[in-house]
Design a protein around this ligand. Structure first.
Ligand code: MG
Ligand code: MG
Length: 626
């Protein structure tokens, strides 16, 4: 199967787009005519560039408003087609993509369309070319792939075939079974796109909101399953009209695109039990059993303050690295690593980002298999020299240039604390009842959210929850949860739409995207916060109004609400489930910790309280404000 992407999907000049597409290891491209028109060289120059980059050319597109034109405009339509053929000849491309007619002048009638397309196919054949016909979802007379197929079938000409475009088919919820009956040699091109479920007109939805398979809500995999019944093995091309992508980095978007295709084909192989020819087989999505460790990059000034905070949170200093300036802190199943090295990855991360989370270690079933899958998904591997007796932990780059390490119990990786660290038991600490990492929240540019959604979702066995809007005093924040089916790993991506939100201040102050808070779970939150209180931890102050409102809208007893208020605890309820939350102050205005307790199967994140928390933090961030 040939992987391809339409140049319209990316930002930049045609030259930049082709470089990005080649760097993302696609086999071929669809050349969008506007990109060609804006190109300062000749079509032969483009052809030569494609040769140098070892990129095939799938089609030139689009050719519009051809079939069913009234007699007066007939000849002009054919003359336009001949000019496209000239261009294609120079480009070295043999396939012209024709969209079904949208012109108000066009006339319906299948016989007329059949006659026109037959005549066009004859002319194409005479020049060694072919035509691929696509039913646009908003085509005037043909807007359903089954009608387009009926026309192609009746023309019955070797130079005429179909384009199947997932957006046009799935946006109209057209049934997919008829695809199975189309002979594969009549499908000249398959275009794949996903999109978020939105209520709007088809044209605007398609032109601005398409995204890569796996990033949206359309049943692209169902389409692929029907397509695979035909035995189709031709070009599979991403055609994505998306305002964000056209404003983003062409290189990043191209890699995301190829990752999405590989993930789609992998899911298809899993569903049908056989993989398409030429598609790399990859280990299955990794089952993640949670966060094994969180690593902080700190300098020598910040470290003592931070370690004092960890002590007050009930963590014990469990070990000291045998050869590095790195300490291991533990409470329950939570492992924190404090790295104050003067060289290496954590050090350079600290120079760029200040005190921050530089890495997450994830517990998976098979770390090497997970790493192999990541590599096949074009995730960026990371390696640095390790000292004698140290483990080479497989890792890839995550959000904001941080690292994601993979650890498993089946190898030495499961004994990293024993192998690399000398015990330094600090018996003075009294634990505060924190048992595990509940969730990790990462802030990023809104434009990056689809990238990291696809990153986590394609690599790990996770599901994505619907995007939520959270109101920050400085603007709107989009919040996307990705979690494993059992909730052992929960990651929240926050993308800010306003310049003044806490999320976007984080981005400018911390020089990029990264972990913004880490939530620890306790089995008894009130007991935990009482202990933190004794230890001198100051929790984020929640306004009294919140508790008045809580009293009004719940049946919690006044005494219980008093207790929540005394410790600045937020409360949420969903069905029989209850959720208690409290927050530490921000460390150096960069990140903070959350303490949560889930009761009765509560599976959310206290979304109802998020705005309260953000407003409280905004007050703290500006000490002079009233
Ligand atoms: Mg299309
Ligand atoms: Mg949270």
């Amino acid at each position: 199967m040939q992987t391809s992407i339409a140049t319209v999907s990316l930002s930049g000049s045609l030259g930049e787009k082709l470089d990005a597409i080649a760097a993302a290891r696609f086999d071929a491209v669809e050349i969008f005519e506007n990109d060609l028109l804006a190109f300062p060289g000749t079509p032969s120059d483009v052809r030569q560039r494609l040769n140098e980059l070892n990129l095939g050319i799938v089609t030139l597109q689009p050719f519009r408003d051809f079939e069913g034109m009234p007699t007066t405009q007939h000849e002009r339509a054919f003359a336009r087609a001949e000019r496209k053929f000239d261009l294609m000849q120079e480009l070295g491309c043999d396939l012209l993509m024709l969209c079904s007619n949208c012109s108000p002048d066009s006339l319906g009638g299948i016989d007329r369309a059949v006659d026109d397309l037959r005549a066009l196919a004859e002319r194409a054949q005479a020049r060694g070319m072919r035509i691929a016909y696509e039913a646009l979802a908003w085509g005037r007379h043909v807007n359903d792939y089954r009608d387009a197929w009926e026309i192609v079938r009746r023309v019955n000409h070797p130079a005429l075939g179909l384009v199947l475009d997932t957006f046009h088919i799935l946006a109209r919820k057209t049934e997919l079974n008829s695809i199975r009956g189309i002979p594969r040699d009549k499908i000249f091109l398959v275009q794949v796109a996903d999109a978020p479920q939105l209520e709007m007109d088809l044209l605007s939805w398609s032109r601005h909101f398409r995204n890569f398979p796996g990033q949206g809500d359309l049943p692209v995999l169902d389409f692929m399953e029907a397509l695979s019944a035909t035995g189709f093995d031709g070009p599979l091309s991403l055609e994505i009209f998306n305002d964000q992508f056209r404003g983003g980095s062409a290189r990043t978007v191209a890699v995301d695109g190829h990752r999405s295709l590989r993930f789609l084909l992998d899911q298809l192989a899993e569903r049908t039990g056989s993989s398409a020819a030429g598609v790399p087989q990859m280990p299955p999505r990794a089952r993640c059993a949670g966060v094994e460790f969180v690593e902080f990059a700190l300098d020598e000034h910040a470290a003592p303050k931070f370690e004092a905070l960890l002590g007050a949170l009930g963590f014990e200093r469990a070990g000291k690295h045998k050869s590095k300036s790195v300490t291991h802190w533990r409470q329950g199943d939570i492992n924190l690593v404090v790295n104050t090295e003067k060289e290496g990855f954590a050090h350079s991360f600290n120079i760029v980002h200040g005190s921050s989370v530089c890495a997450l270690g994830l517990k998976v079933e098979d770390a090497n298999a997970t790493f192999n899958r990541a590599t096949l998904l074009l995730d960026q591997p990371f390696q640095q020299a390790v000292g004698p007796g140290e483990l080479q932990i497989p890792a890839v780059r995550g959000v904001g240039g941080s690292l994601i390490y993979f650890l498993d119990g089946g190898t030495d990786l499961g004994r990293v604390w024993d192998i690399e660290f000398a015990k330094a038991r600090d018996t003075a600490t009294r634990p505060a009842g924190l048992v595990r990492v509940d969730h990790v929240s990462q802030s990023m540019l809104y434009e990056e959210m689809l990238t990291w959604l696809l990153f986590y979702h394609s690599l790990l066995d996770t599901k994505k929850l619907p995007v939520q809007d959270v109101v920050d005093p400085g603007g709107l924040v989009k919040s996307q949860v990705i979690e494993t089916p059992d909730g052992s790993l929960r990651v929240i991506l926050n993308g800010s739409l306003g310049q003044g939100t806490q999320s976007s201040r984080f981005l400018s102050e911390v020089f990029g995207s990264g972990v913004h808070h880490i939530a620890f779970a306790t089995d008894d939150l009130l007991k935990t916060v009482r202990r933190l209180d004794e230890n001198g931890i100051e929790l984020l102050a929640i306004p009294e109004n919140y508790y008045d409102d809580l009293e009004a809208r719940t049946d919690l007893s006044p005494a219980y609400i008093e207790e929540l208020k005394a410790h600045n605890v937020l409360y949420d309820r969903a069905g029989d489930g209850e959720y208690l939350q409290a927050y530490t102050a921000q460390f150096e205005q960069r990140f903070f910790f959350e303490i949560v307790e889930r009761r009765g199967g509560y599976s959310g994140y206290g979304a109802a309280n998020a705005a309260i928390r953000l407003a409280a933090q905004a007050r703290n961030a500006v000490p002079d404000a009233a």
